[in-house]
Design a protein around this ligand. Structure first.
Ligand code: ATP
Ligand code: MG
Length: 183
């Protein structure tokens, strides 16, 4: 599964609708300090189902919504969509009927988040599993946060194994087994 486009509106500093095309090959994002480079990477993690506001550098999840500036009022919602090339049909069965998947997360102030895949309402869990199966997602080693290399080196064996399992693409299976055992 390839990420091909990112659409953002109202998320952190991206108050106006913005669309980024991710072309094949290496993509670099450059710009002065504070222009929103890290916010972009956080938008990707957020739409993949990140549930920790702390890892979004926010004191509550509503803080990812544009909070206003000297000449713009705050917004009451934020939305991020990630367009995925699924032409190799790697998505879980229930989403695997199209070549293109569009995953959307929307948050309304004081009302929490809702997810859609190709305009259909979807549970957060299904979005998280979709990316976990593809060895990516908010907690996967495909997204390297600042300081994470140091954490890996000093991690306890059990935590390091979890990281390796994510990389091997079996994190989704473990998570499903855990859910089945709880039933
Ligand atoms: P650096 O090069 O220093 O790492 P950066 O390009 O990664 O900078 P970010 O950290 O992505 O920059 O962006 C920081 C900017 O985003 C700050 O100006 C901050 O005020 C703004 N910002 C963060 N959250 C919000 C929000 N909810 N509403 C409006 N602006 C926000
Ligand atoms: Mg940054």
């Amino acid at each position: 599964m390839k990420l091909t486009r990112l659409r953002i509106v109202g998320f952190k500093s991206f108050v106006d609708p913005s669309e980024i095309h991710i072309e094949p090959g290496l993509t670099g994002i450059v710009g002065p300090n504070g222009c929103g480079k890290s916010n972009l990477v956080e938008a990707v993690r957020w739409v993949m189902g990140e549930s920790s506001h702390k890892s979004m550098r926010a004191s509550g999840m509503d803080d990812v919504i544009f909070s206003g500036s000297a000449n713009r009022p705050a917004r009451n919602s934020a939305e991020v969509s990630l367009v995925i090339d699924n032409s190799e049909r790697r998505a879980p069965a229930q989403f695997n009927d199209t070549d293109v998947l569009e995953v959307t997360r929307r948050i309304e102030r004081e009302a929490g988040s809702a997810y859609k895949i190709n305009s259909r309402d979807t549970r957060a869990r299904d979005v998280q599993l979709l990316f976990a199966d593809a060895s990516t997602g908010a907690h996967s080693p495909a997204m390297v946060r600042q300081g994470q290399i140091g954490e890996l080196i000093s991690a306890k064996p059990r935590d390091r194994r979890r990281i390796l399992e994510e990389a091997a693409g079996i994190a989704g299976l473990h998570s499903r087994r855990h859910e089945a055992e709880l039933r």
